[in-house]
Design a protein around this ligand. Structure first.
Ligand SMILES: Cc1cc2nc3c(=O)[nH]c(=O)nc-3n(C[C@H](O)[C@H](O)[C@H](O)COP(=O)(O)OP(=O)(O)OC[C@H]3O[C@@H](n4cnc5c(N)ncnc54)[C@H](O)[C@@H]3O)c2cc1C
Ligand code: SF4
Ligand code: SF4
Length: 344
């Protein structure tokens, strides 16, 4: 059973010109840009979306209060259709691939990170958007507090991962050591003089060629990797800089001020994993990721239900693509006997 939410746009008519977006009077925090910038009630989800068409969401004045309809008047292609309703479709399938992904760890569950409390403590998800040319500041890295370029930035690794404490996950999230290095390299591309410090437990950049990626990052001037647990201790009342305390083997405990602190958040299973498991009759492991056959990690305990990507457990994009391809081939193999026997 498929539930299709209305887009309130006729996809066959919308050309993605975004005239409707210009005229829409509703502004609210853009979820794709991690709520750093504003979006409109009618918008394209993100610039590389496929199909590249607009949709209207729940913040629309017409849907909430039965008023406005400006977008209908300005769309030259008559693509706005505010009368659309949710659709439910039943389709018969021979196999299913669950590729429902991950949920980034929410650092608000542990107060010691001061996320949401200190303005210049941000998550790596937010930093990803700051680095992007389609991000909230068109690729400029700016601080929330004063919209200035941060010069000295710290990354704190294993946020929510490798922690056997309430609110933490005991497993390694597998991707954060490598994505943090990518973020450092891109930060240095933006500002060659930037000082970047990565506080880590130990660097786990495993994967093809990732050791070389680490060596490349480590050799950049102004970049240092420090193996230490840290505490975020204070926000400077005027500059809004953040002080991080950490231990060193030679100089004892040190306190250092940074313009910005990036929390390298780990990967949680999808929020609705339990519900999904019930619906599809599959088992989960004790972390709530899909329980897979260790010798065939695309296989669940139920014949015909396959899994790919981060729902298998924390994994990066290339591995997600491989496993999607593997799951697809196994569906083909399973359904081979039906090839050419069905009209659709
Ligand atoms: C800050 C950060 C930076 C990262 N940087 C990198 C990087 O540089 N390189 C790299 O290789 N990896 C990186 N990763 C890891 C990367 O995000 C994952 O490997 C990748 O997103 C996994 O892809 P996926 O398709 O399995 O899951 P997702 O990307 O989570 O996609 C799953 C999709 O399924 C949708 N969905 C869920 N449930 C349903 C449902 N019931 N019906 C319909 N749709 C549904 C979701 O909305 C989502 O769009 C990073 C991760 C983080 C947190
Ligand atoms: S009807 Fe809704 S989406 Fe269209 S312009 Fe008005 S508020 Fe925006
Ligand atoms: S990948 Fe690195 S930062 Fe992420 S949980 Fe593992 S060790 Fe920690």
């Amino acid at each position: 059973m498929l539930n299709k939410k209305p887009k309130y746009i006729d996809e066959s008519k919308c050309t993605g010109c975004t005239t409707c977006v210009e005229y829409c009077p509703v502004q609210y925090p853009d979820q794709f840009n991690q709520e750093i910038s504003q979006n409109k009630a009618v918008h394209i989800y993100f610039p590389q979306a496929i199909p590249l068409v607009a949709y209207i969401d729940e913040s629309c004045l017409y849907l909430k209060e039965n008023k406005c309809r400006i977008c209908e008047g300005v769309c030259k292609n008559n693509a706005i259709d505010l009368n659309q309703t949710p659709e439910t479709k039943e389709i018969n399938v021979g196999a299913i691939i669950l590729s429902t992904g991950l949920e980034p760890y929410d650092p608000k569950v542990r107060s010691e990170y001061h996320y949401g409390d200190f303005e210049n403590v941000i998550t790596s998800m937010e930093f990803e958007r700051l680095l992007s040319s389609t991000g909230p500041y068109q690729g400029e890295i700016l601080r929330t507090s004063d919209k200035k370029h941060p010069h000295k930035i710290a990354w704190i690794q294993c946020v929510g991962s490798r922690q056997v404490i309430p609110g933490g996950n005991s497993y390694c999230s597998a991707v954060c050591c490598t994505y943090a290095q990518k973020q450092v390299i891109l930060t240095k591309d933006h500002d060659a003089e930037a000082e970047c410090t990565i506080f880590h437990n130990d660097i786990r950049s495993y994967g093809k060629d990732f050791e070389r990626f680490f060596e490349r990052t480590e050799k950049l001037p102004g970049v240092q990797f420090i193996r230490s647990y840290t505490s975020i201790v204070k926000e400077h009342p005027e500059t809004k800089n953040v002080t991080v305390r950490y231990s060193t083997p030679d100089d004892g405990v040190k306190a250092e001020e940074f313009d910005m602190v990036v929390l390298s958040v780990g990967l949680n299973p999808p929020a609705d994993a339990q519900e999904m498991a019930k619906k599809f009759g599959i088992e989960l492991n004790h972390h709530d990721f899909c329980k897979v056959n260790p010798v065939n990690p695309m296989e669940t305990n139920r014949l015909g239900v396959f899994v790919s990507g981060a729902f298998q457990g924390p994994t990066d994009i290339p591995e997600s693509v491989f496993s999607a391809s593997g799951a697809g081939s196994q569906c083909g193999e399973l359904l081979d006997y039906q090839r050419g026997r069905k009209a659709h």
